[in-house]
Design a protein. Structure first.
Length: 117
């Protein structure tokens, strides 16, 4: 099976998908960080297609950067400034042609992630 990457963002403070959140994908090679995709989550907190589709997939090290601060401000969850969470980077490796799913569970003062399915 050819590899691909998907993501999903859930707003755990509000108990709903995080719609309208910008996600940027970077490929990491040594000290280089190259932007390869940028998407906005839909009403289900997902991107409309894989953030890294089969045609562009390559094993290696990647980083998803979630614009949490913009989302928290837009939903009235920003609290005192500066925000506790603004950009949330998740750096991870993909070592095989497989489906990788990297979700983000987000609240104004914490987040979690895991390799999903």
């Amino acid at each position: 099976m050819p590899g691909f990457l998907t993501t999903h963002v859930l707003d755990t403070a509000r108990g709903c998908p995080a719609a309208g959140l910008k996600i940027t994908l970077y490929r990491i090679t040594g000290a280089d960080r190259v932007k390869i995709a940028e998407k906005i989550t839909n009403a289900d907190g997902r991107t409309d297609g894989p953030i890294l589709p089969e045609a562009d997939f390559a094993t290696g090290t990647y980083e998803l950067s979630f614009a949490a601060g913009d989302y928290l401000r837009a939903t009235g969850q920003d609290g005192p400034h500066p925000l506790f969470l603004d950009e949330v980077p998740i750096r991870f490796g993909m070592s095989a042609d497989d489906h990788y799913h990297v979700p983000l569970l987000l609240s104004p003062y914490g987040y979690g992630t895991y390799r999903g399915s």
